[in-house]
Design a protein around this ligand. Sequence first.
Ligand SMILES: NC(=O)C1=CN([C@@H]2O[C@H](COP(=O)(O)OP(=O)(O)OC[C@H]3O[C@@H](n4cnc5c(N)ncnc54)[C@H](OP(=O)(O)O)[C@@H]3O)[C@@H](O)[C@H]2O)C=CC1
Ligand SMILES: O=C(O)C1=N[C@H](C(=O)O)C[C@H](O)C1
Length: 242
Amino acid sequence: MKILLLGYGKMGKLISELAEKRGHEIIAKISIENVEDLDNLDPEEIDVAIEFSQPESAVSNITWAIERHIPVVAGTTGWLDEWKRVTEFVNQKSGTLFYASNFSIGVNIFFKANEYLAKLMNDTDGYSASIKEIHHTAKLDAPSGTAITTAEGIINNHKGYDSWTLTQGEPVKRNSVPVESERVDPTPGTHIVKYDSPFDLIELSHTAHSREGFVKGAVLVAEWILDKKGVLNMNDFLSFEI
Ligand SMILES: NC(=O)C1=CN([C@@H]2O[C@H](COP(=O)(O)OP(=O)(O)OC[C@H]3O[C@@H](n4cnc5c(N)ncnc54)[C@H](OP(=O)(O)O)[C@@H]3O)[C@@H](O)[C@H]2O)C=CC1
Ligand SMILES: O=C(O)C1=N[C@H](C(=O)O)C[C@H](O)C1
């Protein structure tokens, strides 16, 4: 498989290593300093683009590839205010876009456990939900994409919540899930869901030991999407039954 890397930072470099180990060819490694190299690429020679760049460049990178009929695996977070516009564009062009806020299998199991826990908590009194995420200090967006997906999992499954609010401890509306972001090096990504009551505390957490889980998931998805169309996510890839 011939891969274009849109973004060649911490994630792009590790993806390049694993993809080459799995026998794939990297056609180009694009970062800010060589972004003009995109003009010299032949789209016919690219099977898939893997996009891990920055919130401000994700949308232009994705649309660049979709315009050229290149399927995109997108992992950059922090651009979802543009989600509707981007996905309409993908569908209009009959393109392929796979987005995941987190490509690790473990986090996707955590997402399912979070949804199930939120359903159980519906019938209880006195528990307040909250989310905390911890990442390295180079992270540009807050809260993390994973924390947003986690909050959506609560909102879609618990009648007591209809929104989330980024907070550093100050009070939030009763129907909003408070989300706190902390930046501590070298944390690859930690997410904690809490349901606290006057009597006890229930916690569900996921701690990444390294970036390897994200990297492996992104490469496996890139191999999987080659013959797929439309806007896809980890539920399409993993098809969990619970
Ligand atoms: N979905 C998931 O599972 C995961 C998502 N992420 C997300 O992926 C993104 C990247 O993370 P990470 O690799 O750690 O970040 P880095 O900051 O290490 O790397 C980002 C890279 O993007 C490059 N870049 C900036 N602008 C452009 C552009 N216009 N076109 C192409 N490349 C560009 C930067 O270039 P330069 O080096 O020249 O500055 C840099 O190489 C973040 O949004 C992060 O939140 C991270 C891990 C897992
Ligand atoms: O920026 C990171 O590093 C990560 N970003 C993703 C997110 O925003 O959720 C996924 C992972 O937690 C690492």
